[in-house]
Design a protein around this ligand. Sequence first.
Ligand code: UDP
Length: 238
Amino acid sequence: MAHVAKFRRVLLKISGEGLMGTREYGLDPATVERIAREVKSVRDLGVEVCVVIGGGNIFRGVSGASSGMERAAADNMGMLATVINALSVQNALERVGCETRVQSAIVMPTVCEAFIRRRAIRHLEKGRVVIFAAGTGNPFFTTDTAAALRAVEMGCGALLKATQVDGVYSADPKKVKDAVRYDHLTFNDVIARDLAVMDTSAIALCRENKVPIVVFDLHRPGAFAEVVSGQGLFTIIS
Ligand code: UDP
């Protein structure tokens, strides 16, 4: 079925683990390329695409802190991990013919641009995909919160959160056979029922600024273009 985009501009949040494929650590080039093609298919619909990528496939601040590191230093390492992932996805996107810019919340001018909101908007208007790296640039935050922040700042019509399953369930569908998938939830439902969608600060930011969150499964080929067109399986939180 031909897709007709429902949004002019979206932000896609991918966890670092989403780039691992079947590996236990790091990046799987085939998975990164597949995701790049998914992003290109949405860009080809005329949708402006922002991307935020986590770093959990390389380093998480909490695990560093649990083995004795100072939390802020460990979080800085986690943020640098997201830059590695961003550069990998940028490279894959450009190989499939999608012009891309990486903007980092931690400045590293020889590697990528610094985050400048108005400049990012200009890139999007020119049809470039913009990947926001290094989270919020602050320790003690997550890339989910960074995704919500950038989605709000960039005036995105939705934050699309790619997960391992096709929406939000009443329980983990991989463990509980009769877990129910929700088509729609309110932000308050998610917070009150403590549903594991994104962290509470991310949900609160989206609620306050009326940016819907769409939870979907990026593993299924074609899912990103479908969801942006309001088709396929997903949970919308608004
Ligand atoms: N991080 C941070 N500030 C931010 C975003 C991320 O300190 O604004 C660090 C934090 O240590 C986190 C790591 O970067 O554990 C990787 O991000 P995240 O855990 O959100 O990645 P994901 O789970 O999405 O792969």
